[in-house]
Design a protein around this ligand. Structure first.
Ligand code: HEC
Length: 145
């Protein structure tokens, strides 16, 4: 009798364990990738040429709004990114984003994407957002220009 109770208990624990594991799987699975940036937006050309002043202005903002995730020098290892376990591109290697157009980067900076919630669209002038695009590229250039 006692043995049966133990067996029953073990079976119960096992099935609970399996149920739990399944629940965890289904909770993780649907993290669908955000939809791609629309062709119109991706095709936009950057109207703002990088200048030292423009980059400096973007960098100030970057320090407040972006560096906690993307890292002070664009390595993608900011404190918040580490604690959220985000796998961000290391922009110091330009090949990580070479397939993305300036229009796409601008769109993502403006609207956010996935775990990059919000975006700068409603709080930062368009010109500065394009300068942020320039700044993102500047992390991948050794001379810092
Ligand atoms: C909460 C963390 C977080 C903050 C803050 C954040 N980002 Fe992001 N960013 C992300 C994540 C996550 C992605 C990848 C999104 C995806 O494609 O799913 C991303 C993607 C990007 C991209 C597209 C290129 C790439 O590497 O995927 C750009 C450009 C970008 N961020 C710029 C910025 C700028 C500029 C700021 C500040 C104005 C900023 N981000 C603030 C998390 C963040």
């Amino acid at each position: 009798m006692r043995r049966n109770v133990i067996l029953f208990g073990t079976a119960l624990l096992l099935s609970l364990g399996i149920g739990f594991a399944q629940e965890k799987d289904s909770a993780q699975a649907p993290e669908a990738a955000p939809p791609p940036v629309a062709a119109d937006d991706a095709a936009k050309k950057n109207p703002v040429k990088p200048t030292p002043e423009g980059l400096a202005e973007a960098k100030r903002l970057y320090g407040y709004h972006c560096a906690m995730c993307h890292g002070k020098d664009g390595d993608g290892k900011g404190e918040l990114a580490v604690s959220m376990d985000l796998k961000l591109h290391d922009w110091r290697d330009p090949s990580t984003i070479e397939k993305m157009s300036d229009g796409e980067l601008f769109y993502i900076i403006t609207n956010g994407r996935g775990k990059m919630v919000g975006g700068e669209g409603d709080r930062t002038k368009e010109q500065i957002r394009w300068n942020l695009v320039n700044l993102v590229h500047s992390f991948g250039k050794k001379s810092g220009t």
